[in-house]
Structure formats: structure tokens, C-alpha cells
Design a binder for this molecule. Structure first.
Ligand code: PLP
Length: 478
């Protein structure tokens, strides 16, 4: 028997979900920044054979919350600095609740006029706040990985078309080879996108980078000089460890001279465009052909939300739609969301994006960027004031990498850095991860949560310093 929900049970179930959600969020400020249960214990908690008989909906929801809760990581908290993870703002979450409840298939504008229309408006707002050309098309995808994929699919199609080859129809077998230039410190997911597109993650030309992970202009000039035929150049706005930006103003004209398609991965860094305090980092960024960025990082929407932005709308649609559906519509004013993304059926991702931007306004988005950068600068200043802690990167944005025991031989510094990260994670009053940078262990802080105030940043700096001192004195006496 399939249970039919009455209006009363639906009301109770949705209210219960809302209560559980707000209880979780209320716990964000005093819950440890580490999951109480690891993966194996979490599998154990959910483990049972598929039951023959069903369970009442409220009981299922209660069970889900009870079983999942201990294995949740406090990624939405103000002291979470791991990877690059936005705060999943309540405004976006609430809009996402409604999106699920409405159950709209956002494939086309006749199926769901509102879902398509909200994307039209949100796309316009995104281009405005990111200072990109207003004529660009925007696909609402799951994240920057798929945004990179979508943009590079358009790039592949277009550069081959110019070489007389229809890759969308004929594929890559027999196609003229496409040169792909990419910085050595590009994000791993861009290499994945190249892999999915048949361009290969290894056959690319990896251009040397400087100590901040920026493409070295002289190396780029040498590599691009050798390009002959169709070419794609991939640049970066915001390196995940350092926050560094490639020198778009110098590199883009060189790429243009070879008729290359220029794509920029700006998963979080493109948001530097939203503030006059960070826009000095991005000159020339608007000269590219396509851009990938995320909503679920700096804009604080819940997962999954990313944007594939393409200057040439026809190239974008041609790469994402089959048959003649990319040809001009009867009414060109009408948007079909599926023409800009790889999927047909999907959730109406425009709603949470629209809600976040409407809630924050232009000033609120600027403040998000400025606050995170200010908190990062404060952390850098406090931490570098402690003997033996070194800030490794030029702090230009919201990314900070640190070495502990910087006065010691490198191996001891690696050890001390690893142990400090471990101790902090054990203690659980905040979360930071580690990374390998230029062959050495570092601690990474990515400041990208709307709740990370200067007060919290200075308290976090003290926690890190206190933990480092304790680990160091223990290591000395061991
Ligand atoms: C996070 C990130 C990506 C991947 O984005 P997802 O949203 O995880 O798919 C790509 N590039 C950079 C620079 C990133 O920071």
C-alpha cells in the first residue's frame, strides 16, 4: 500500500522538518566543529536490510534526524574554515524548502513559468553584481565543477566549429587537435571537466606558476606562441590555497591573438568583482569568453548551486542542447533553463539564488565579500605576530595558509603543522584542514561564512595560537 498523505499529516510533517532544521541551526554556535561519529559508525547507524513494511512518515523523519545528526559536520558554522564552504544561509535554505515543496521541473518555461522566469532575473542580477557583460547567458548548475564542464563544452564546440568541425554532431574522432593551456595550480575539478570532455586531463599544456599559484606570464607567452589551430586557455580567479588571481589583463590579449577561447574558473574568486575593495585583483576578468562560479560558496546559497556564464549565448546553447533546439526560439524572450545546463529534469535552482540576492541586495553582497576579507586579514595579522607561525601566502582575499614551527627545520615544521591541525580538529571548537603546498605541510583557512565576524576571527586566532603553543611545548618535551 502506498500511503496517501492528508493535508493534516503533510502540515505536521513539514512543521516537524522545519522545527528539526531550526533546532540544528540553533545548535550551530555551541556544537563541536567535528562529527561525533565517523563514516564507519554512521554506516552502522543506518545499516539494516530494506524493510518489508513501511514506516510512518513522522517516525521516518525523526529517525533520519536521529541517525544522521552525530555524523554531521558543522559546515554551516562561523568557525568552519575547511575547503571552501559557504554558510548555507537560512534565507537560501528556506527558499530551497519551498523549491522542494513546489516540486517544479525546471526544464522549460511552459512546464514552470516561474522557475524559468526567476532564472532570467537572477541571471541578470548575477551579471550585474559580477560586472560581466549583460548579454552573457547563464546556466544554473550544481556547482563550479559542472559550470567549468558546461563552459568548456561550449569552448570545445566553438573552437572546433571555427576550424570547420562540428564536434557536437561528429564528436572528437577525426577532429583537428585542440590545444588546451591551463595553469599548473588550477583546481582539480577543471582537470575533471577536461577529462569528461575528451580533452584529457594530461594532454593539456600545464603552464608554470609563481609562488602564489599565478600563471607565470613569460611561460604563458612562450606556450601560447607555439599554439597553432583551435585553442582553449583556462585562467583562474582565486587559487584555493592562496586566493591568487591570474593576470587577466596581460594574458587575455595574448590568448586573443591566437583566437583562443578564454575560460576563467572563479568558483569563489569571481565574487571579488562585487566589491570596490577587491576589484583591483580582477582587471580584465570581464574580457574572457566564459566564467564558472558558485552560489554555494560566497553567495551562501545551500548546495547545489553554481553558474556557467558564457559570452556567446548561441555557443552555450549549441553545446548543451540537441537537434535544432538551440536555434532561435519563436519568441527569443523566453528562456528554457535546460538549454544552458547538461540536465533536462532538475530542481528549480533559480529560486534560492533569487532569494539570497533579494535578501542581501547589492550592498549585502559587497559586505559579505568585504567581511570575509577583513576577517582573513585580521587572522593573518594576529597569527603572524606569534613567533614560529608564518603566513605563507600574500593575503589578498579570503584564503590563508600557515606554517607552524617556521623557525625550525622543514621536517619539524611539517610535523608541528600536522599536529597543530590534528589537535585543533580533536578539540573541535573550530575546523581547519591541511594541504600540501610546494612540497610542505600547511594549514588552510578559508573564510567564507556570513557569520564569521571580526570578534569570532580574533577568538579563533587565539585558539590557534594557544593550541600551537601547547603542541609545541609537548613536542619539545617529547
Ligand atoms: C570549489 C572550487 C571548484 C569546484 O566547485 P564545486 O562547487 O565544488 O563543484 C572549482 N574551482 C575552484 C577554484 C574552487 O574553489
Amino acid at each position: 500500500m502506498v500511503s496517501g498523505a492528508t493535508a493534516v499529516t503533510t502540515e505536521r510533517l513539514f512543521s516537524m522538518a522545519a522545527r528539526l532544521a531550526s533546532n540544528f541551526r540553533a545548535s550551530v554556535l555551541n556544537r563541536p566543529h567535528r562529527p561525533a561519529r565517523d563514516y564507519a559508525a554512521s554506516v552502522e547507524a543506518f545499516s539494516e536490510d530494506l524493510p518489508k513494511l513501511g514506516t510512518d512518515m513522522e517516525d521516518v523523519l525523526a529517525l533520519l534526524a536521529e541517525k544522521a545528526d552525530p555524523g554531521l559536520h558543522l559546515m554551516a558554522g562561523p568557525r568552519f574554515f575547511g575547503w571552501v564552504i559557504g554558510g548555507s544561509h537560512p534565507m537560501g535554505v528556506a527558499a530551497d524548502f519551498l523549491t522542494s515543496a513546489w516540486g517544479q521541473n525546471a526544464g522549460n518555461h511552459t512546464a514552470s513559468p516561474s522557475a524559468a522566469a526567476v532564472e532570467t532575473i537572477a541571471a541578470r542580477w548575477l551579471l550585474d553584481v559580477l560586472s560581466l557583460p549583460p548579454g552573457c547567458s547563464v546556466g544554473f548548475v550544481t556547482g563550479a565543477t559542472v559550470a567549468n564542464f558546461t563552459c568548456l563544452a561550449a569552448a570545445r564546440s566553438q573552437v572546433l566549429r571555427h576550424a570547420g568541425w562540428d564536434a557536437d554532431a561528429k564528436g572528437l574522432f577525426g577532429a583537428p587537435p585542440v590545444s588546451v593551456l591551463i595553469g599548473d595550480d588550477a583546481h582539480t575539478t577543471v582537470f575533471s571537466a577536461l577529462q569528461f570532455l575528451g580533452l584529457g586531463h594530461d594532454r593539456v599544456v600545464r603552464v608554470a606558476t609563481d609562488e602564489q599559484g599565478r600563471i607565470d606570464n613569460a611561460s604563458f607567452a612562450r606556450s601560447i606562441a607555439e599554439v597553432d589551430g583551435p585553442a582553449i586557455v583556462i585562467l583562474q580567479a582565486g587559487q584555493i590555497n592562496t586566493g591568487a588571481f591570474d593576470d587577466f589583463a596581460s594574458l587575455i590579449p595574448l590568448a586573443r591573438s591566437k583566437n583562443a577561447w578564454i575560460h576563467i574558473d572563479g568558483a569563489f574568486g569571481l565574487w571579488a568583482q562585487a566589491s570596490s575593495k577587491t576589484r583591483h585583483l580582477t582587471p580584465g576578468v570581464d574580457q574572457a569568453d566564459s566564467w564558472a562560479t558558485d552560489g554555494h560558496k560566497w553567495l551562501q546559497t545551500p548546495y547545489d548551486s553554481g553558474y556557467a556564464i558564457v559570452r556567446d549565448e548561441t555557443a552555450h546553447r549549441r553545446a548543451m542542447t540537441i537537434a535544432a533546439s538551440y536555434l532561435p526560439l519563436a519568441n527569443d524572450e523566453e528562456r528554457d533553463p535546460s538549454h544552458y545546463v547538461p540536465e533536462l529534469s532538475r530542481r528549480a535552482r533559480g529560486f534560492p539564488t533569487w532569494a539570497m540576492m533579494k535578501h542581501l541586495g547589492r550592498d549585502g553582497i559587497t559586505a559579505l565579500v568585504d567581511n570575509a576579507c577583513d576577517a582573513t586579514a585580521l587572522l593573518a595579522e594576529r597569527l603572524s605576530g606569534e613567533p614560529g607561525i608564518a603566513v605563507i601566502n600574500e593575503v589578498v582575499l579570503n584564503q590563508l595558509i600557515l606554517r607552524f614551527g617556521s623557525d625550525l627545520p622543514p621536517e619539524q615544521g611539517d610535523h608541528l603543522t600536522k599536529n597543530t591541525i590534528f589537535r585543533l580538529q580533536q578539540e573541535g571548537s573550530m575546523f581547519a584542514g591541511g594541504a600540501n603546498w610546494r612540497g610542505r605541510q600547511v594549514m588552510r583557512l578559508s573564510v567564507i561564512n556570513y557569520q564569521t565576524t571580526p570578534d569570532i576571527a580574533s577568538e579563533v586566532a587565539e585558539t590557534i595560537i594557544r593550541t600551537y603553543r601547547a603542541v609545541r611545548s609537548r613536542q619539545n618535551s617529547a
